[in-house]
Design a protein around this ligand. Sequence first.
Ligand SMILES: [Fe+2]
Length: 132
Amino acid sequence: METFPWKPEYEIGDASVDGQHRQLFALANRALAATGRAPLAQAMLQLFEFVREHFSDEERLMRRLDYPGRAEHEAQHDALMERLHGLSLDVAAGTLSRAQMQRFLTHWLLGHMGTQDRRLAAYVHARPRAHA
Ligand SMILES: [Fe+2]
């Protein structure tokens, strides 16, 4: 069973961001299921690359919508990227535990998505035509 099952309530209402969030869950699950240093390193690298693209797409959406919470949201993206980079270094050094990784992914996927992305979702829903 997947550690992070996708739920419909995670959808924010922007098709492209939602597709990427699903993909993120899939990559996070894959990383958590990886055993051995090389598969884990590869899964983390994939996650890292994908997240970078995803954040920049999400930031583009916020700019396009002139989203008032953009600065705060972007600051959280920056902090997450920094943390993810740190974890990648730990993977490369072979010092990352599954528990650490799971803690981070939980904090991020359920924490960030549950607060910042949900706020963005509310904004997107409030002006459904603005980004079409
Ligand atoms: Fe976000």
